[in-house]
Design a protein around this ligand. Structure first.
Ligand code: UDX
Length: 431
């Protein structure tokens, strides 16, 4: 099939490259000329393991092209996918659908086909497909019959390519023609498909992310009870996860979730609930616990350091919201570093790929090496569970630090081992 993907950010670019890899003819479209220029040279603007190779391979094979903006070219395609950004609106937490609306308008104005399938890929509030359909009709003077579908993504950053090619399920929503087109599009992927109406498809994405965020916040709330009772959250959640009805995944205590999805989607589903005057307390709780979890971590830092943080050198390992990505959107590191600076600490940071220079510029020191960051530090804070930190030479760390104290926000070390080496060590929900 010939697919026209509008918006080549995290979701659109992975989708474009993987659909080309499956043998489809794909054109990725964006309004950012620099991004398109880079992509045409096969350069990948995001850090996503395995993605650049697939982009290069499919450009070579002539299956993947890129262009700036929507134009008459669209009439050479069987389907348009809308994968533009839907950022959170400051005012009420709802998703901002401006770019979705603009894309629908430009598709309608350029489409001259008798029939055309338009699919929403971006994470959107329930009912957006209906708005897309109405907008296409308004702006299309040629009376094309549009078939509108919803195909939300379920990609995890850092695993996006493998998640696309081996999904737990493919979510297919929309009218009959749109459903048929999407089933055809994904026929080469051997995975269960849930075929339903557009509203339910849109809601599956929001509900799934809410349920995942709920598990994380519930675990983090339970970890605080462990902190004050001397129980061990790792053992507790291992035992809980053995219940087959619960399962072991997303029960890891830590400094809280971040990223571009959980925070946005939990607020989006909350604002939908609020819009219909429904009770929002469960959504409020998940969001509040996640925000409080950063403070719970900072309290541990405050308690372990002598007197005050003022003028103390504090090392931070991990800036990305999770390992294997350079994405720092809503990362716990941002809140923690802000607090450290407010307390007057001198902050040195290291992350294998991410940086927060745009936010903190010269106020903190971005180190090239994780051991440079701990030089003369009075505490080491772990905020992202990068493999390289798990394998760190802690003897070398101890020698470099002024005072050997670790506050482990991702429970990556064994408390007995690090304490035996002479570190004062605290973590999340473990004695
Ligand atoms: C998530 C969903 O997993 C994915 O299906 C959806 O399409 C997009 O949102 P992503 O945000 O990339 O993917 O990351 P994920 O691996 O889900 O982790 C989200 C956050 O939860 C991270 O900050 C992670 O550190 C945190 N987390 C995850 C925990 O704190 N504990 C856990 O047990 C699991």
């Amino acid at each position: 099939m010939k697919i026209f993907i509008v918006g080549v950010g995290y979701v659109g670019l992975v989708t474009a490259a993987c659909l080309a890899e499956l043998g489809h003819q794909v054109t990725g479209v964006d309004i950012d000329p620099d991004k398109i220029k880079k992509l045409e040279k096969g350069e990948c603007p995001i850090y996503e393991p395995g993605l650049e190779e697939i982009i290069k391979k499919n450009i070579q094979a002539g299956r993947l092209k890129f262009q700036i903006g929507i134009n008459e070219e669209i009439n050479k395609f069987d389907m348009a996918m809308i994968a533009v950004g839907t950022p959170e609106r400051e005012s009420d937490g709802r998703a901002d659908l401006f770019y979705v609306g603009e894309t629908a308008r430009h598709i309608a104005q350029n489409c001259r086909k008798k029939d055309f399938v338009v699919v929403g890929k971006s994470t959107v509030p329930i009912g957006t497909a209906t708005q897309i359909r109405e907008s296409l009709a308004v702006y299309n003077p040629r009376k094309t019959t549009f078939h509108v579908g919803s195909n939300p993504e379920t990609l995890r950053e850092g695993n996006a390519v493998s998640d696309f090619m081996n999904p737990d399920r493919i979510i297919i929503g929309g009218d009959k023609k749109a459903q048929e087109a999407l089933l055809k599009l994904y026929e080469k992927i051997d995975s269960p498909k849930i075929v339903t109406n557009a509203r339910s498809a849109e809601m599956i994405k929001l509900a799934a992310n809410f349920m995942l965020a709920l598990r994380v916040s519930a675990t983090n709330m339970l970890s605080r009870i462990c902190d004050v009772t001397g129980a061990d959250i790792e053992a507790v959640m291992e035992g809980v996860g053995m219940d087959k009805r619960i399962g072991p995944k997303f029960l890891k205590a830590g400094v809280g979730y971040g990223g571009s999805c959980f925070p946005k989607d939990t607020k989006s589903i909350r604002s939908i609930s609020d819009h219909y005057r429904l009770d929002t307390s469960i959504f409020d709780a998940v969001i509040e616990i996640n925000s409080e979890q950063r403070k719970w971590f900072c309290q541990k830092v405050d308690e372990i350091t002598l007197f005050t943080l003022k003028n103390k050198k504090i090392a931070v390992w991990g800036l990305a919201f999770k390992p294997d990505t350079d994405d720092t959107r809503e990362a716990p590191s941002i809140d923690v570093i802000k607090w450290l600076l407010e307390e007057g600490a001198e902050v040195s940071v290291f992350d294998p790929v991410a940086n927060v220079k745009k936010i903190f510029s010269k106020k903190i020191k971005h180190c090239r090496d994780m051991y440079e960051a701990v030089d003369k530090a009075e505490a080491l804070l772990i905020l992202t569970e990068w493999e390289v930190f798990k394998q760190a030479d802690l003897k070398k760390v101890k020698e470099a630090m002024l005072v050997p104290k670790i506050v482990d926000g991702r429970n990556i070390y064994d408390p007995k081992v690090v304490r035996k080496m002479g570190f004062e060590y605290v973590s999340m929900g473990r004695p």
